[in-house]
Write a protein that binds this ligand. Structure first.
Ligand SMILES: [Fe+2]
Length: 483
């Protein structure tokens, strides 16, 4: 499927952090020699906890483990030492604590372009050091990366789906699954080794979720899924488990899709939906009933905990393009048909969209201090929407950041500008108003501050990056608080 040499090489022995609680830190390690390593958690100059990581020879030399303190130390600054690497983090506030939460939101990491001499990084990678400076200055505690952390098909001439289909058409067998899996692993090692992105993963604990390009373009929205696509999905799924999912709360290599997860920080709840793992446009299934049940249990737990603010990650935004356009596109077999079918408001997924919105609207309306924020990526534009249903009290915020580095075109810019401006055309149930829009590469910082009267003041700071001038542009921050 093509041999790639990455400009910044590939990950070798390397470590980063995932889930952080008030008494534990998840350590992710790759060591191709598969030698066991002890991870040491330092608090105030002493080793307060250790865990042994044993990289797996059948999982590309990867291991992950939670290093757990004997007792919680909410907010403590900790250092993790493992395999010669040092990583720092701040432990989470205790459950229910009214403490500030600050995180960065981003998606779509495609830092390479293909030239005759091979892959090179493009000028857009300048966003990463600029982003790191902002995150440091704003005291960001963790990253939430919502999809397309690798592009299996984003580099010209590397189209695995086409390669496998051609083989089948020529009467050749599919390559062994292990070979396809090795190819996805190599993508991860190359994409994550890009120095700007790698520095982010080294600098902050990260929570991740895949989207279609981590698998193949339009996965779950394709009209024809045959052995070639199933083969790619199985390989992408295994590599996603190893390189991304293992960062997330409670994740293990034995998990099966969908890979949704949740966590709590103080009195704030996070649920990250997996909108790819169960998706099947032909069957009209988006989240799948098992994921719905887990999500509904999360909202019930948020109520039981007295949590006033919840964030719901969905790599694909619930609102962005006008339904009238989606209805036109979704019947086209070829692109942009699958882009239309990808939308929550496409014909087959609309009932699940309404189920999500109605549950969230009802939850936020039940207490005056509650707020709900949808967080998204996917569309290669940054945006903030206020969404409501006429006749229902309150509404939902939807904040999107995409793409970190994926290059855009004038066509993309135009589609995003017109699409967000006309978002209500053909929509008969909800209303959305676009309050921020960034068409260039971007990231966002979200800050959650407790209010004395209850609930939170939540701020969305969106930053666009101009690669030609190497300049970061901060949009005026958007503040939200209970109405
Ligand atoms: Fe993307």
């Amino acid at each position: 499927m093509g041999w790639l040499r990455f400009p910044d090489g590939e990950l070798g022995r390397w470590a980063c952090l995932g889930t952080v609680t008030d008494r534990s830190v998840r350590v992710w390690l790759r060591d191709p020699t598969c030698a066991p390593h002890e991870a040491r958690l330092w608090v105030q100059g002493t080793i307060a906890a250790t865990a042994t990581l044993t990289p797996s020879p059948t999982h590309d030399g990867i291991a992950a483990a939670d290093v757990v303190l004997p007792t919680p130390a909410p907010g403590a600054a900790v250092t993790v030492e493992v395999a010669g690497h040092q990583r720092i983090a701040a432990l989470a506030p205790a459950a229910g604590d009214r403490a500030a939460v600050r995180f960065a939101l981003g998606s779509c990491h495609l830092p390479f372009v293909r030239r005759p001499q091979g892959l090179v990084v493009h000028a857009g990678v300048g966003i990463y050091p600029a982003m790191a400076r902002v995150l440091r200055a704003r005291g960001v505690q963790f990253l939430l990366l919502l999809g397309d952390q690798v592009y299996s098909d984003g580099l010209r001439q590397v189209q695995p789906r086409r390669v496998l289909r051609r083989r089948l058409a020529a009467g050749m067998p599919l390559p062994p699954l292990a070979a396809v899996q090795a190819w996805y692993r190599r993508l991860y090692r190359g994409f994550f080794a890009q120095q700007g992105f790698r520095a982010l993963l080294e600098g902050w604990p990260s929570y991740l979720m895949w989207d279609d390009h981590d698998i193949l373009d339009g996965w779950g929205s394709l009209l024809h899924v045959g052995p070639a696509e199933q083969h790619l999905y199985a390989a992408a799924c295994a590599a996603y488990l190893e390189y991304q999912h293992l960062h997330n709360p409670g994740a293990s290599l034995a998990d099966a899709p969908p890979f949704d997860y949740h966590f709590w920080r103080g009195d704030v709840g996070f649920y990250v939906l997996d909108v790819r793992g169960a998706r099947d446009y032909r069957a009209g299934v988006l989240l799948g009933e098992a994921q719905w049940r887990r999500f509904e249990a999360f909202l019930e737990e948020a109520t039981a905990r007295g949590v006033p603010t919840v964030f719901v990650g969905t790599s694909i935004p619930v609102f962005h393009f006008p339904p009238v356009l989606i209805r036109l596109l979704e019947h086209m077999e070829r692109p942009p048909g699958s882009d239309g079918r990808d939308r929550w408001s496409s014909t087959r997924f609309r009932s699940e969209r309404d189920r999500l919105c109605e549950q969230l609207l009802a939850w936020q309306a039940a207490r005056p201090d509650r707020q709900v924020f949808l967080l998204s990526g996917d569309v290669h534009a940054g945006a903030a929407f206020w969404v409501w249903r006429p006749g229902v009290r309150g509404g939902l915020h939807q904040w999107t950041s995409s793409a970190l580095t994926t290059p855009s075109t004038i066509g993309h810019h135009l589609a995003n500008w017109l699409g967000t401006a006309a978002v209500n055309v053909g929509e008969d149930r909800y209303r959305a108003r676009c309050r921020r829009r960034e068409l260039r590469n971007n990231f966002a910082v979200v800050e959650v501050q407790p209010l004395e009267r209850g609930g939170h003041r939540v701020t969305f700071a969106l930053y666009g990056y101009d690669p030609d001038r190497g300049l970061l542009r901060a949009h005026p921050p958007l503040h939200a608080q209970p109405r």
